[in-house]
Ligand binder design. Sequence first.
Ligand code: FES
Length: 246
Amino acid sequence: MTATPTGLREEARQAIADQSARVVTVLSSLLAAQDKLGYLPPEAIDETAQRTSASTNEVWGVASFYPNFRFTPPARHTVEVCWGPACHILGAQPLLRGVMERLGLDGEGDTPDGTFTLRLNTCLGVCPHGPATSFDHEIVGRATRETAVRHIDLLLASDVEEGRSAVLEAETERVKAERDARVAAAALVAAEAAAEAEAAAEADADADADAGAEAGAEPDDAESPDADADGEAGAEPDADGTDSDE
Ligand code: FES
């Protein structure tokens, strides 16, 4: 993932602040930032200037003087071949030719596909073990043309493996998302069915209540005519105009 300018600045600031050297200089700060980021973005130059109270131009002057500093992000893998005096005597030249041939490069630089950066180092610090090489910052001493090429091939193989892992990971995520979607859909169907059943039960209960109410009302209706009839009969006057009960 590509770091944002804010992220780069923060990482550069942290790397410069974390230096263990008692005396912090422009050079030590630039080295710390490049060790952390792999190159020197403008943010690292700014942070170095602020930390050392130097001007931005002074920092650029130091950074551009040393060929080991780079100002663009490196390729995915970095291969370094030492061509210092000790390694030169011990066979660095044929080794370097083999590495350049394998990478398709004529000298230092990046492969066109952005996979490898080749750097020549003046001393990797392991002179007795020369010729020395470094693959993604891992030192390999007593290297030969063949072992160097093999290390490059191993890095390529690890990329393929990582790619496979990424594909597998993506597939696992896809299956998991599908399963979650199915579970959610099933839960929705179950909730809808429960709601329908509840509505049907309520409708049945209402229908029963109505039927009960109607059944309860019938006797009153039946009594009324009788009562009316009784009333009418009771109210019928006698021939003399008085009630027979009187
Ligand atoms: S000269 Fe190559 S490691 Fe020192």
